[in-house]
Design a binder for this molecule. Structure first.
Ligand SMILES: Cc1ncc(COP(=O)(O)O)c(C=O)c1O
Length: 378
């Protein structure tokens, strides 16, 4: 009855767990939710001058595209506004790039671990995945990347405060990655939604700006900096790729929501986004410290982890081999929602991991939730 690819459509674990996580009394470390206190709350004046009820352009609102291109150039990405495509959230970029590049039998290089909703999309379109280990302490395993790239159709990376591991590629690692991509002439899809949530100094410039030969798509989002409910993200593409991506966007939904686009363009033009993020960072730093302290108190002898320099997650490696899906179920029954690490791997995970979001719960709930989790680990 359905297209054959539907057999490869796995249910989104995130959505299932988020549904369970919203039950009353549940402490959620499961989703990638920004702190409610840090969400941008538009005032009446933000809507006053909006004139955007008519259909708009598929590419996005011209002023917003121009402002995004300016910011990207400041990050070392040589681009014009003509290379910017506004998205209904950066998840749409994953769908459009999948449609452009991925088909049955065309191998794709992904990180291990990797953002699970990207893995889900790539699998839906039938790509055999070539996972490359990115160690939460040591970074990418170069021999694996060099072996995986030749003949691959695309390489998907989240080099800045990766979801789930929190790992941030160093400046030198970004340059080496670009050299390997250029040598193999494999297009890079760089997903960068967490760059602004940097707690210990700015992250190194994106990899796409270091490429000389390989084609590229760079994408980011206003979900983590302003509000996910805006459903607003963008991609910037190599000149050869922007036209087909725009056609795919047109076929998917004509254009992104113009109200969100105008709101965000006005915020960028009046320089209100960076101060908004700067004001939210101390709250995130406090919650990060609270989770680190709770983990030290309750799990120091049961797990290891790094203090994330940015992003929204702790990536916990359990000392004992553990069925993390079963643990997730027990944790839900105990009133705490966590993400099993296995979900972020294509194939077998090299250990037992949990992803814990630290931005959403308050400090008291962080302490209580970690204690509940620790009790389950015996
Ligand atoms: C790595 C990564 N890419 C893309 C997304 C999708 O974000 P959005 O569609 O809200 O922009 C997320 C959300 O958590 C993410 O972690």
């Amino acid at each position: 009855m359905f297209a054959q690819r539907i057999e490869r459509l796995t249910s989104s674990l995130v959505r299932d767990i988020l549904a369970a996580a919203s039950r009353p009394g549940m402490i959620s470390f499961a989703g990638g939710l920004p702190a409610s206190e840090a969400l941008f709350q538009p005032g009446a004046s933000d809507f006053a001058a909006l004139n955007c009820a008519q259909y708009g352009q598929t590419e996005g609102e011209p002023q917003l595209r121009e402002l995004i291109a300016q910011r990207a150039r400041a990050l070392g990405i040589a681009c014009t506004a003509g290379q910017v495509l506004i998205l209904n959230g950066s998840q749409q970029g994953i769908d459009l790039v999948s449609k452009l590049f991925v088909e049955e039998g065309t191998p794709l290089v992904v990180e291990a671990p990797a953002y699970l909703a990207a893995l889900q999309s790539f699998k839906l379109f039938g790509a055999p995945l070539r996972p490359v280990t990115v160690d939460a302490q040591q970074g990418p395993v170069w021999t694996e990347l060099a072996d995986a790239l030749p003949g691959a159709r695309l390489c998907y990376l989240t080099p800045t405060f990766q979801n789930p591991s929190g790992y941030c590629y160093t400046d030198a690692e970004r340059t080496t990655t670009a050299e390997l991509l250029d040598a193999a002439d494999v297009p890079l899809f760089e997903d960068d939604p967490y760059r602004a949530l940097s707690y210990d100094g700015p992250a190194p410039a994106p990899i796409v700006g270091r490429l000389h030969k390989a084609r590229w798509v760079y994408q980011s989002s206003f979900s983590k900096t302003l509000a996910p409910g805006l459903r607003l993200g963008y991609l910037i593409a190599h000149p050869d790729l922007i036209t087909p991506l725009t056609r795919l966007k047109q076929a998917a939904d004509l254009h992104s929501n113009r109200f969100s686009q105008h709101l965000v363009a006005n915020l960028l033009a009046s320089n209100r986004i960076d101060p908004h993020v700067a004001a939210a960072l101390p709250l995130y730093q406090k919650r990060r410290a609270a989770m680190d302290a709770a983990l030290r108190t309750h799990l120091a002898d049961k797990a290891t982890w790094q203090l994330p320099q940015g992003g929204l997650f702790f990536w916990l490696k359990l000392n004992q081999p553990t069925d993390t899906y079963a643990l997730m179920q027990q944790a839900l029954e105990a009133g705490v929602a966590v993400m099993p690490g296995d979900a972020f791997y294509q194939g077998v995970a090299p250990g037992s991991y949990l992803r814990l979001n630290f931005s959403h719960a308050n400090e008291t709930d962080i302490a209580t939730g970690v204690a509940r989790l620790a009790a389950l680990l015996g």
